[in-house]
Every structure is written in C-alpha cells, then in structure tokens.
Design a protein around this ligand. Structure first.
Ligand code: SAM
Length: 438
C-alpha cells in the first residue's frame, strides 16, 4: 500500500497508527507530497476551512507542540498535518545533529526542503539551544520555486517576521537543502566554487529517487555519478538499498571534499577497508573505472560554448561547472563500453544543448524524456552567455534560449534517461556486463 492510500485510510477512519508506521518506513521520504493529491485536498479543505496548502502548513497546530494541550480537539486533517510535520522535523533533527558535529553551523538558520521534486518547497527555520536541542518551524512554503532558489527572491510575498528570517538565511554563508531524506550543506564562502544543489539537482534528485524506489528488491546496482559537486545525488545513491557500489568523480577537489562531507552527514559508510563508495578528484576518464555501470548519473556542464571558445580550458569556478559540452561528450562516448546491457544514464540537459546531445548519441541508444519532454523554464544566469554577444544572438535566433521583457535570459532544463534501444538490449549484443540487468 502506498503512502497516499495510508493517508486516505487514516483520514477516513480517524486511526493514524498504520500511517505513522508507513511514514517511519520510508527510505527516501517525500512526506508533504501527499498534500498535493487532489483527493487529499478535497478531504482536508472543509476540515481546515481553506484550500490554501501554505496556510495548512503554517498553522501552529501543524508544527507547534504547544497547541497539543490536554483536552484540545483536532480534526483528522489537523492530525494528519501534525504527523507529517513530526516526520519531517524528526528526520531533519537527526541529520542536522550530525551536520552540527561536522560543520560550524550558526544556532539559527533555515533549511530549504523540497517535495515532489520542486513542486513544493517549505523553508524550515531551525533553532539550537545552548544545550544542543534543535527545534523547527515552517517559515513559509512556495510552489514551483523555479528560478527563485536564492532566498531573497521570496521576500516580496512575506510578513515582516518571515522576511527577517529569510533575509538572515539569504545572507548566511550556509546553504542547507533537504530532499528525499538527504541533507546537503554548502558553505557559500569557503566552498564558493561548488555548484549545487540548484533547481537542476532537485529535479534530477526526484527522478532518481522515483527510479530507485521502483527497483526490484533484490537489485544490486553499480552506480557512477560524474561531477557530484555538493554530493546531493551521490548521497541519495549511497543511501539506496539497491545500490551495491557507488563511484563518484569530480575534477574539482573542493567538490570532492564537499561530497565526502555530505556523504558523512547522510550516514554513508566511508570505511576504507570495506569500500562501498569511492570518490575521486580527477577529470572523468571512463577507462579509469573497472567494469560496467548499471546506472550513470550526471548533471554536467550543459551550455554549449561558441565553437571558437569550446577548445579553451580557461574557465574556472561556476563557469567550469556549467559551461561547455566536453563532459557530456565524454560520458556519451563511454556508454557503449561502460553501460551494462540494460544500464541507464540519467543526464541533465538544456534546450541550449539538446541539438548537440542528439547528435552525439550512438545509433544503438535512445532518449527517454522526463516530464513530458517539455523541461522547465529557468533563468540562464551565466557569465559566458553575456561575454559572447554573437553566440548569444545565435542561440536566441535558433530559439534555444529566450529573452524576456527585462532583458533576462531563460532556458529550459530537461532531465532525460538514455539507454540502449530495446532490440539491442534484448539481443545481448552489448556484452555480458558485470552486474544484473535492471
Ligand atoms: C553543474 S555541476 C553539478 C553538480 C551536482 N551534481 C549537482 O547536480 O548539483 C557539474 C559538476 O561537474 C564537474 N565537472 C566538470 N567537468 C568535469 C570533468 N571533466 N570530470 C569530472 N567532473 C567534472 C564540476 O566540477 C561540477 O562539480
């Protein structure tokens, strides 16, 4: 029985015992997604006197334990909201406790939490007492925060108190993101050359989590992440029962350090003697990895540079993280040899680069689009686009990117799966591989 069935049963019967167990059992929890179900909205609306999900989340009865005085009466809807909040805050509590041991976090701050990919984001404020006790409350919630990943964009729609909390978080050097049970920390100052988590990461994370959840119970996958950056996707992979071995490689040594930090925060076993996970600081070279992979994941640099700049290697920092298609090309070139017969690649692409990706794909492989193949329109805030006006004009002319009335640039990010065409995968022409078929 799925979580949603449990929720509907509990609301109907007024018995939340089984739902409480189901919430605890979740491996890659996506707790608040149930509030987006039309059925649940229909049941909760009359009970809560409003159809406004943000209002449901912000009500003290949802998050404030002080509301639970003896004799107080709660509707089933209120009990559901409180259970969801308890699940989220107890999971945050566990991960934040480890983060506090590992990183010098301030006593107050916020965590950006994502549900159903980036459909719903709850900004959760935390406070740590002098005795180390953590408490949480929702600051605000936002639907589809595409392009508003940086918190200052949210200020306009908030109360004074919320604004204060959001401002101090936006100015904080600590970026904390929680999705699917994984907490990711990036120090915006000390790790300023690290890319992610961004909206791309959140979309890929959701796609990856859904796929991992649907693997047969006895799957033992060998996975590779190319370019883990902050390490969010690698942490998700490391926590999945079906992943037996995980490799990650990033040419930026500080990204490797950040990935290891976040693997640690998320409880991954990093023992040298019994390695399940290897993280390497080097440029991706398929030949350096043994055997084949059942799963390759990458959010690589995906913006094509003009043909005369593509050979240059002078980019650094964020430019290196997003510019040029060299890494895409290296990954796609490695598929024939490195993907197990039924293996898959999960790749982030952009409307700016999709033409090149299709061109690079070997004939035996196919693209399985995600999100109806439409992608999501997000701001294109990258220096390289402004430094090269001819190339920008060219991409605009080809409608690969867009410009709005304020002169801001936009593009569509499109996660996609790539695998062998079924007739090729089924006839076994791709070799034996070293791991079970997916
Ligand atoms: C767009 S960021 C993605 C980070 C992270 N996976 C995420 O989704 O938030 C791309 C990452 O690829 C790394 N990278 C770029 N070229 C690479 C290469 N040739 N080999 C290994 N990593 C590379 C960059 O250092 C950067 O961390």
């Amino acid at each position: 029985m799925g979580l949603l069935d449990n929720v509907e049963n509990a609301l109907e019967r007024g018995d939340f015992t089984e739902l409480g167990r189901a919430l605890q059992r979740q491996q890659m929890p996506d707790t608040f997604r149930v509030l987006l179900s039309p059925r649940v909205i229909d049941i909760l609306t009359p009970q809560l006197g409003s159809k406004d999900i943000v209002n449901w989340i912000m009500r003290p009865r949802t998050w404030d334990i002080g509301s639970y005085k003896p004799g107080a009466n709660f509707t089933n809807g209120e009990t559901l909201l409180h259970l969801l909040w308890q699940d989220l805050s107890s999971r945050l509590n566990r991960k934040m406790d480890v983060a506090f041991q590992k990183v010098g976090l301030p006593a107050t701050g916020v965590v950006l939490c994502f549900f159903e990919g980036a459909e719903l984001s709850i900004i959760v404020g935390y406070k740590r007492s002098l005795h180390g006790v953590l408490s949480f409350r929702p600051v605000t919630a936002v639907f589809r925060p595409y392009g508003v990943f940086e918190l200052h964009h949210l200020l306009a729609s908030c109360s004074q108190e919320q604004r204060h909390l959001i401002k101090s978080a936006a100015l904080s050097v600590h970026k904390l993101v929680f999705q699917r049970g994984v907490l990711t920390h990036v120090d915006r100052q000390a790790e300023d050359d690290i890319c992610g988590p961004t909206i791309d990461t959140v979309l890929l994370g959701e796609e990856l989590a859904v796929w991992l959840e649907n693997q047969p119970a006895d799957s033992r996958l060998i996975a590779l992440e190319v370019g883990p950056g902050s390490g969010f996707l690698s942490s998700l992979l490391a926590g999945a029962e079906c992943v037996e071995r995980l490799y990650a490689v990033d040419l930026n040594p500080s990204a490797v350090k950040c990935t290891l930090k976040n693997l640690y925060i998320n409880g991954a076993s990093l023992k040298a003697l019994t390695p399940k996970i290897s993280v390497r600081a080097e440029s991706f070279d398929a030949a350096e990895f043994p055997g084949r992979f059942d799963l390759i994941v990458s959010n690589p640099p995906y913006l094509p540079l003009s043909p005369d700049r593509d050979n240059q290697t002078d980019s650094e920092g964020y430019g290196l993280a997003v510019g040029g298609l060299r890494l895409c090309q290296d990954i796609i070139n490695a598929l024939e040899e490195k993907l197990s017969p039924r293996g898959r690649l999960l790749l982030m692409t952009s409307s700016a680069s999709i033409t090149e990706i299709r061109r690079l794909l070997p004939a035996d492989f196919r693209i399985i689009p995600v999100m109806d193949g439409a992608g999501i329109r997000v701001p294109l805030d990258v220096d390289s686009m402004w430094e090269d006006s001819e190339w920008r004009k060219h991409l605009l002319l080809e409608k690969r990117i867009e410009v709005d009335e304020n002169g801001d640039l936009w593009h569509y990010i499109q996660p996609m799966w790539i695998d062998r065409k079924p007739e090729i995968a089924n006839c076994g022409s791709a070799g034996d591989g070293n791991s079970p078929a997916i």
